[in-house]
Ligand binder design. Structure first.
Ligand SMILES: Cc1cc2nc3c(=O)[nH]c(=O)nc-3n(C[C@H](O)[C@H](O)[C@H](O)COP(=O)(O)OP(=O)(O)OC[C@H]3O[C@@H](n4cnc5c(N)ncnc54)[C@H](O)[C@@H]3O)c2cc1C
Length: 452
């Protein structure tokens, strides 16, 4: 048996459960996370010293958040937990980690990648105005810092997070001007039989919508953003309602997002092959239900391997840790593995219903106006991107990036890449899977020049 400690990237639900599983088997994994405290996105902890109660911070998820946090805290002394540590590169068997302004290499043999997800963005005219946030960013401001992003806020986009964050703002006392969902009502009706399989999760979703309406907040389906307006900062959102009528809502902040994208750059640097997932409409690293990848000793867990939510993240974290243990020659409990896999399959079925209810509005990206800033890091408009790609006959997203600089800035295409692929696919009249995906590049997140 090889007793070198495995390394886990991410201390969210997936990484936390993986760490607990490995620790229970007598291994002391290294757990790296760029955040100052464990918990990940959904169970993000407030800064030390903040005293808001669990119920106020996590609502229905308070008991789960406490259980996960307590379980992780009990691992102290049994794992090597390194918070405030950003893994910015992975090459030749080592992770390159930035912590305290210094980069150090952490060699690994067995690795569990559990880096979670980020908001899925589709640029629309005016989206770079001050006062406009991703939904997740708006939630972090509220959950972590106890701040609202504005005094009159429009929530726009689609997916469960849209309603959850709008509800959290309304409950915190912020003025929610409207919740505008791009998904048509008919899509939700169509998804109903599958959604009902979600039990409590579906019931919570209905409750959020009812609670928003009970507060007199307008909730509209089937909308399309037209433009954010404003001079120094956003002052209104122009949109088309389901009947195609143009409407204007005054506001001083907009939170928007169209679901989530898995964080896959580290998987890419680990040379895991990718395949196009037709349900989630994105390229994902290959793995089996146990989290094993075609690259030996590298495992995937949680939303970083495909969006499935917090409960699935915990289950897949445990499952990946059991796969790792099994591959190291430990005895593992077969019945437990069977239970984990059955639950993961059930959640995957519910996920299909969610994607049906909240379809990704690819048409917004495909029809993006030429003037819209597509890549804000490099200030490349959709028109410049189309022209550069067209003139130089780039039929693949990485070539289009080289010709246009779209995706070459600080975010390395994490924000604009998925939308840029759809813009290119539409311009060439090809399906998005033919356009490919932006290859992961180090640094996977911005770091100081002096470090690289
Ligand atoms: C902004 C945001 C808010 C969300 N809020 C909710 C919510 O309120 N309710 C809900 O049901 N779902 C929410 N989700 C979905 C939610 O993320 C998941 O379902 C769940 O948290 C997934 O767990 P995970 O362990 O896979 O990933 P996460 O919880 O995202 O944890 C991943 C961890 O990896 C760390 N990490 C990532 N990259 C690196 C790196 N390169 N180096 C070091 N550390 C790294 C992150 O700091 C993070 O702590 C949210 C998603 C996002 C993006």
């Amino acid at each position: 048996m090889d007793d070198r400690p495995p390394v886990i990237i991410g201390a969210g639900p997936a990484g936390s459960r993986a760490a607990a599983t490995l620790a229970a088997a007598g291994l002391a994994p290294i757990v790296l996370d760029e955040a100052p405290r464990s918990g990940g996105q959904i169970y993000r902890r407030a800064p030390a010293g903040f005293t808001r109660p669990y119920r106020a911070l996590y609502g229905f998820e308070a008991a789960k958040a406490r259980r996960l946090h307590d379980a992780f805290d009990r691992l102290a002394g049994k794992i090597d937990y390194r918070p405030d540590t950003l893994v910015w590169d992975l090459r030749q068997g080592a992770l390159h980690c930035l912590s305290g302004g210094q980069s150090r290499a952490v060699p690994y043999r067995d690795l569990i990648l559990a880096p979670g997800a980020r908001d899925r963005i589709i640029p629309f005219p005016g989206w770079t105005l001050p006062g406009i946030y991703a939904l997740g960013g708006a939630q972090i401001a509220l959950k972590y810092q106890g701040c609202a992003i504005g005094t009159r806020i429009v929530f726009m986009g689609t997916g469960p997070l849209l309603y959850l964050v709008a509800y959290q703002y309304a409950k915190a006392g912020a003025m929610v001007a409207a919740v505008l969902d791009t998904a048509p009502f008919a899509a939700k009706r169509r998804a109903l039989p599958g959604l009902l399989r979600g039990g409590a999760i579906f019931a919570k979703g209905l409750w959020y919508v009812a609670a928003l309406r009970a507060r007199g907040i307008m909730v509209a389906n089937g909308v399309r953003p037209v433009a954010a307006e404003g001079d120094a900062a956003v002052s209104a959102l122009l949109y088309r309602d389901a009947a195609g009528r143009e409407r204007r809502l005054s506001c001083d902040a907009i939170a928007f997002g169209f679901g989530l994208n898995s964080e896959t750059q580290l998987a890419d640097l680990a040379e895991i092959p990718f395949i196009f997932d037709p349900v989630q409409q994105q390229f994902l690293p290959e793995r089996d239900i146990g989290g094993r990848t075609p690259v030996r000793s590298v495992y995937l867990a949680g939303d970083g391997s495909g969006i499935a939510g917090a409960d699935a993240a915990e289950l897949s974290g445990e499952r990946a840790a059991l796969a790792l243990l099994e591959d190291r020659g430990h005895d593992v409990a077969r019945p437990r593995i069977a239970t984990l896999e059955r639950k993961l399959r059930d959640i995957a079925g519910f996920r299909v219903a969610l994607e049906t209810a909240f379809p990704f509005p690819a048409d917004i990206a495909a029809g993006m106006s030429d003037e819209t800033i597509l890549c804000r890091c490099e200030a490349v408009t959709a028109g410049e991107f189309r022209r550069a790609a067209g003139a130089l006959k780039a039929g693949e997203i990485n070539r289009a990036k080289a010709f246009s600089r779209c995706g070459m800035g600080r975010c390395q295409g994490r924000v604009c890449g998925p939308a840029a692929a759809i813009v290119l696919a539409a311009a060439l009249n090809l399906p998005p899977e033919r356009i490919g995906r932006l290859r992961g590049q180090p640094p996977v997140k911005p770091i100081p020049m002096a470090v690289a």
